[in-house]
Design a protein around this ligand. Structure first.
Ligand SMILES: Cc1cc2nc3c(=O)[nH]c(=O)nc-3n(C[C@H](O)[C@H](O)[C@H](O)COP(=O)(O)OP(=O)(O)OC[C@H]3O[C@@H](n4cnc5c(N)ncnc54)[C@H](O)[C@@H]3O)c2cc1C
Length: 342
C-alpha cells in the first residue's frame, strides 16, 4: 500500500473530530503507534504537518537502506514506511496530513487539539510522536508560484516522474539519492548545486557522477517558466554569469529542512533541550498526554527507529486504561488475537 498523502493545502479535513487517541506525528513511531492503538481497539487519528507519512525517513532518506530495524536485515526507507502504513491500515486510522497540531485545551474527560489549519480533534488521549518537531522545507527562493505544480520538496512516488525532465536542486544526501533513484525512469535528470562541494556521502556522489545524471556546479535556478505547470527552467552559472533555459516538468528542491517543536512548547510539557521528558510509562506529566520516539527524553535515551517502536508500544498500552479505565496495560499477544478486527 502506498503511503497516504493529502492533495495539499486545499484538501478538506472535517472541522471537528472525535477519536480515542490522537497521534501527533506520522513518522515510524507514530505509524507503529497507530497499528498498536488499533490492535487495542482504539479509534485512531494521526496528524502530521507534512503532506506525506513517514517522518524523517520520507523527508530525508527514502532511498537509503536501513540495516538496524528488527526483523529486516536491510530495508529501503520508503519500503519500511509503506510496510508501516499497511500494518496500521488494518485498523483504518484517520490521517490528517498537512495539519500542524497547534493548540491544546483540556475538558473533563478529554483533551482538544486544534491544528493550525483549524481542525479540532477531541481525544481521550494524545500521543506525541513528533520527532524533531515540525519540519519546514527550506524553500527554493523563486519557487513559490509553482509549488505543487511541478515544484516539489519530496519524491514520495518515483514513477510520477517517468519520462520527465527533472531538475534536482541541492548538494546533500536527499538530492543525490533522488537523482540516483530517478535516473532509470526520467527522460533526463539534472542536479544543480550552487557550490562545487557536496554534503552527500562520497560514494553516492561517485555513483551519480558515473551515471546519466548531469551535475552542474556553481549553478542556481534563476527563473521558472510555465503557466499551469513547470515547463522550463532558467539556470544561471554564478561564476561566468552564463544563463541557459532547459525543458523541465519537475523541479525537486532538496535544500533540507528546519525543524522545531513550535506550538508544542506552549503545552506545559517538560522540555529538555528540544525534547519532551517522559517517565517509564511514556507519560509526559500533562494529563492524558504521552510521547514516544525521537521526541522523548529520559536517562539513557537512544534515538533510533528500533527504540521508538518499543516506546510507542509502551505509550499506547499505558494510554489504554486512561482511555478506558477497565482496560489493562498489557495487551495480550497479537499472535493470539490476530492482526485484523473481525
Ligand atoms: C539521514 C538519516 C538517516 C538515518 N538512519 C537511521 C538508521 O539507519 N536507523 C535508525 O534507526 N534511525 C535512523 N535515523 C533516525 C530515524 O530516522 C529517527 O530515529 C526516526 O525517524 C524517528 O521516528 P519518529 O517517528 O520518532 O520521528 P520522525 O521520523 O521525526 O517523525 C516525526 C513526525 O512528526 C511530525 N510533527 C512534529 N511536530 C508536529 C506537530 N506539531 N503537528 C503535526 N506533526 C508534527 C513531523 O512532521 C514528522 O513527520 C536516520 C535519520 C536521518 C536523518
Amino acid at each position: 500500500m502506498d503511503a497516504p498523502t493529502t492533495a495539499g493545502p486545499d484538501s478538506v479535513a472535517p472541522a471537528d473530530l472525535t477519536t480515542d487517541i490522537l497521534i501527533i506525528g506520522a513518522g515510524p513511531a507514530g505509524l507503529f503507534g497507530a497499528y498498536y492503538a488499533g490492535f487495542r481497539g482504539m479509534s485512531v487519528t494521526l496528524m502530521d504537518s507534512l503532506p506525506e507519512a513517514g517522518g524523517q525517513v520520507t523527508a530525508m532518506y527514502p532511498e537509503k537502506i536501513i540495516y538496524d530495524v528488527a526483523g529486516f536485515p536491510a530495508v529501503r526507507g520508503r519500503d519500511l514506511v509503506s510496510a508501516l502504513v499497511t500494518q496500521a491500515g488494518a485498523f483504518s486510522p484517520n490521517y490528517l496530513l498537512g495539519q500542524q497540531a497547534a493548540e491544546l485545551t483540556h475538558e473533563t474527560d478529554a483533551v482538544v487539539v486544534t491544528s493550525a489549519q483549524g481542525t479540532r480533534v477531541r481525544a481521550k488521549a494524545v500521543l506525541i510522536t513528533g520527532g524533531l518537531g515540525t519540519f519546514t522545507p527550506r524553500p527554493l527562493p523563486i519557487g513559490g508560484d509553482h509549488l505543487g505544480r511541478g515544484l516539489v520538496y519530496f519524491v514520495p512516488k518515483l514513477d510520477v516522474h517517468t519520462d520527465a525532465d527533472v531538475i534536482i536542486v541541492g548538494g546533500g544526501d536527499s538530492a543525490f539519492d533522488w537523482a540516483l533513484a530517478l535516473e532509470p525512469l526520467a527522460r533526463s535528470v539534472t542536479l544543480v548545486h550552487r557550490r562545487d562541494k557536496f554534503r552527500a556521502h562520497a560514494h553516492t556522489v561517485e555513483k551519480v557522477q558515473s551515471s546519466r545524471v548531469e551535475v552542474l556546479t556553481f549553478t542556481e535556478v534563476s527563473a521558472i517558466h510555465g503557466d499551469e505547470r513547470v515547463e522550463k527552467v532558467e539556470l544561471a552559472h554564478s561564476k561566468s554569469g552564463e544563463r541557459q533555459v532547459r525543458p523541465a516538468q519537475a523541479i525537486v528542491a532538496a535544500l533540507g529542512f528546519t525543524a522545531d517543536l513550535g506550538p508544542l512548547t506552549r503545552w506545559n510539557l517538560t522540555i529538555d533541550k528540544r525534547h519532551i521528558v517522559v517517565d517509564s510509562t511514556m507519560a509526559t506529566g500533562v494529563e492524558r498526554i504521552f510521547a514516544a520516539g525521537d521526541i522523548t527524553e529520559y536517562p539513557g535515551k537512544v534515538r533510533l527507529i528500533a527504540t521508538g517502536f518499543g516506546e510507542v508500544a509502551t505509550a499506547v498500552n499505558n494510554a489504554a486504561p486512561v482511555i478506558d479505565p477497565s482496560a489493562k496495560v498489557f495487551p495480550g499477544h497479537s499472535s493470539d488475537d490476530g492482526p485484523i478486527p473481525a
